[in-house]
Design a protein around this ligand. Structure first.
Ligand SMILES: Nc1ncnc2c1ncn2[C@@H]1O[C@H](COP(=O)(O)OP(=O)(O)O)[C@@H](O)[C@H]1O
Ligand SMILES: [Mg+2]
Length: 335
């Protein structure tokens, strides 16, 4: 097993979202509900590894990606880059972090500046981060386009002139231009046609392999990640429910939710839209958020037990490299 120091690490990262109180709520002096988007999630990404995070929509994947790349500050736990807490970084360290940890988004059109040509975007990144001398910028841009399999002719075009797949290639070229160690790819193929999805996924694997990059591939479709990751984390409603080596996890899923996902889940109960399952937490008059009770999956779990309503299942080590947050797993050792 690869035991190298993690590049990036989440330690019990939590993030809640509230909204401003409505007039009625203010009149009644009640606090608006708070969404627990992430609840004490711990994960560590190793150099060069292909890691996937899966979970249905709303499970907190993008919130985690944003906490990992410092687009959100977490309000519980911490994020470490090469062992250094992001919250404690000095400006120079922080700049290095922002260069070495890149994110690619689901909607590239929203993430790319519509007024800039590809040459301007790539050129700016290369210059701002002083990646190469000015006289090599042109050659560097050509090399980046080759990496993402785009012709040099795209350089003088703007984002609206491209298809979704081409835009994701440009977003990847932009991310690669600053020589990252890790790319967090948040649902980068979800908005693309199925035929194009495979091309982009293949490109990501090739880049990961050719450049020794670590990739955190986020998807809501477990099937998509099976052959492209060394390790997989499964999230459900803000919690990490299972973590393991990809092959082992697919061969013997342990959490009932993972099992349902892998078995294509004909028996998965529909999500109940209730305060309970929406991770909505009432806020006490003091403004403090009550601790969650029980397992977040229990309302849809085919194997639910009385204990699941009262005890939050901690993440337990179930086998080498495998951790599962479920009371069915007997191992009492907590991570
Ligand atoms: N900026 C935000 N403000 C309020 N709620 C948010 C915000 N971002 C995410 N959420 C809520 O947090 C939960 C997790 O969302 P998200 O991280 O986007 O999940 P995913 O990417 O897995 O679909 C959802 O309930 C979502 O509505
Ligand atoms: Mg998302």
């Amino acid at each position: 097993m690869n035991t190298a120091t993690p590049i990036l690490q989440a330690e019990r990262v939590s993030k809640r979202f509230g909204r401003p109180a409505s007039l009625l709520e203010r009149a009644r002096r009640v606090h608006p509900p708070v969404i627990r988007a992430l609840d004490a999630v711990s994960l560590a990404f190793r150099p060069g590894e292909a890691f996937s995070i899966v979970g249905e929509s709303g499970s907190g994947k993008s919130t985690l990606a944003r906490c990992l790349t410092a687009l959100h500050t977490c309000d519980g736990g911490r994020v470490l880059y090469r062992g250094r807490d992001l919250a404690l970084m000095q400006p120079a360290e922080r700049r290095r972090f922002h260069r070495r940890v890149q994110m690619v988004f689901q909607n590239p059109l929203a993430a790319l500046n519509p007024r800039m040509t590809v040459a301007e975007m790539l050129g700016e990144a290369l210059r701002v981060h002083r990646i190469c001398p000015a006289d090599q910028v042109e050659a560097q841009m050509q090399a980046l386009l080759e990496r993402v399999r785009l012709p040099g002719s795209v350089l003088h075009r703007r984002p609206h002139e491209f298809s979704g797949g081409q835009l994701q290639r440009i977003a990847m070229a932009r991310a690669l231009s600053v020589r990252p160690e890790i790319i967090v790819a948040d649902e980068v193929v979800s908005a693309l046609d199925v035929s194009v999805q495979a091309q982009i996924v293949n490109l990501l694997i090739t880049l990961q392999d050719e450049l020794g990059l670590a990739i955190v591939f986020i998807a809501h479709d477990l099937r998509l990640v099976r052959h492209i990751s060394h390790r997989v984390a499964v999230m459900y409603r803000g919690r990490l429910v299972e973590l393991g080596d990809s092959e082992a996890l697919f061969a013997s899923p342990m959490h009932p939710y993972t099992r349902l996902l892998i078995g294509s889940a004909p028996t998965l109960r529909p999500a109940h839209v209730s305060a309970e399952t929406q991770q909505v937490t009432e806020v006490a008059a003091s403004g403090s958020v009550a601790a969650a009770t029980g397992c977040v999956f229990r309302t849809r779990c085919p194997e639910v037990m009385p204990r699941c309503a009262t005890e939050v299942p901690g993440l337990r080590v179930a086998a080498a490299g495998r951790a599962v947050a479920c009371h069915l797993v007997p191992e009492p050792r907590s991570l």
